[in-house]
Design a protein around this ligand. Structure first.
Ligand code: ADP
Ligand code: MG
Length: 248
């Protein structure tokens, strides 16, 4: 019998095998509430696959993923979102021809898809929440801007906002600052440090300056397994991490 855990997310002995190739191999991984955790590691290490498994996109071959003590490996993607897990992919999936306001509105939990969301009346509650989120993601002055006209960085923030408006307890971001300017990276670091309060944030990133500026804990993945884990200083000084990743 598996027992209850105090962790927000508890992953145990998680494995996925693609035609015999183990992209994730016996992973044990734990997240607390309020924790901002970064996964680093070379290309092909299995980082994205771990997020794919947590959000139900890739079924596990074996092992367990418990989120608030609910087993996720048996749930559909939709139910996992409903359980409180939000995931941002590398390319933002926003509606380019709608305004920032409309994109956020559509993502408000009451709205069911584009049509449902556009038909419901803009009540006070929704407007307040949209404004709150727009402020949080530095897009308060762009509410009526068409999303397609935003900068690359602003589009990334908008997608983060579209997840935040659903108030996930776990937010996962795959390479959120790729392609961003230095200033946008700094603003994103501030944003992530703010939004990890009251939830957990799990980030995959390569930009080590950025990782250093946000991570409470770092896990280094290599060939589907954990090579090292701990705070940034600990991980950075690990000779194996330097050899397989940081040295390059
Ligand atoms: P990372 O994000 O760390 O760069 P990935 O998780 O994307 O790595 O990929 C890990 C390994 O698993 C890679 O060798 C990749 O080719 C393989 N892989 C990922 N998804 C699949 C899949 N659906 N089918 C087969 N192989 C896959
Ligand atoms: Mg990846």
């Amino acid at each position: 019998m598996s027992s209850d855990t105090d962790f927000l997310l508890a992953i145990e002995d998680l494995t996925v095998s693609f035609d015999g190739f183990k992209a994730v191999d016996g992973l044990n991984f734990y997240l607390d509430e309020d924790e901002l955790h970064v996964i680093i590691g070379p290309n092909g290490a299995g980082k994205t696959t771990v997020l794919d498994m947590i959000c139900g996109k890739t079924p596990a071959t074996s092992g367990s993923i418990k989120f608030r003590n609910q087993e996720l490996t048996k749930l559909s993607e939709h139910k996992i979102v409903h359980a409180g897990v939000g995931r941002k992919f590398q390319n933002p999936s926003i509606y380019e021809n709608l305004s920032v306001l409309e994109n956020l509105e559509i993502s408000f939990p009451r709205g069911h898809g584009v049509f449902g969301a556009l038909m419901f009346k803009r009540d006070e509650q929704v407007v307040r929440r949209v404004e709150e989120i727009a402020e949080e993601i530095n897009l308060k002055d762009e509410l009526h801007t068409q999303a397609g006209l935003l900068s690359h960085g602003q589009k990334q923030w908008l997608e983060i906002g579209m997840l935040l408006i659903q108030d996930p307890q776990l937010l996962m971001l795959d390479e959120p600052v790729a392609g961003m300017s230095v200033k946008e990276r700094q603003d994103t670091a501030h944003l992530l440090r703010r939004i990890c309060k009251g939830r957990a944030v799990l980030v995959i990133e390569h930009d080590m300056e950025f990782v250093k500026s946000i991570a409470h804990k770092v896990t280094v993945l290599h060939q589907g397994k954990i090579l090292a884990a701990g705070d940034m200083d600990h991980v950075q000084s690990d000779p194996r991490v330097i050899e397989v990743y940081l040295g390059h």
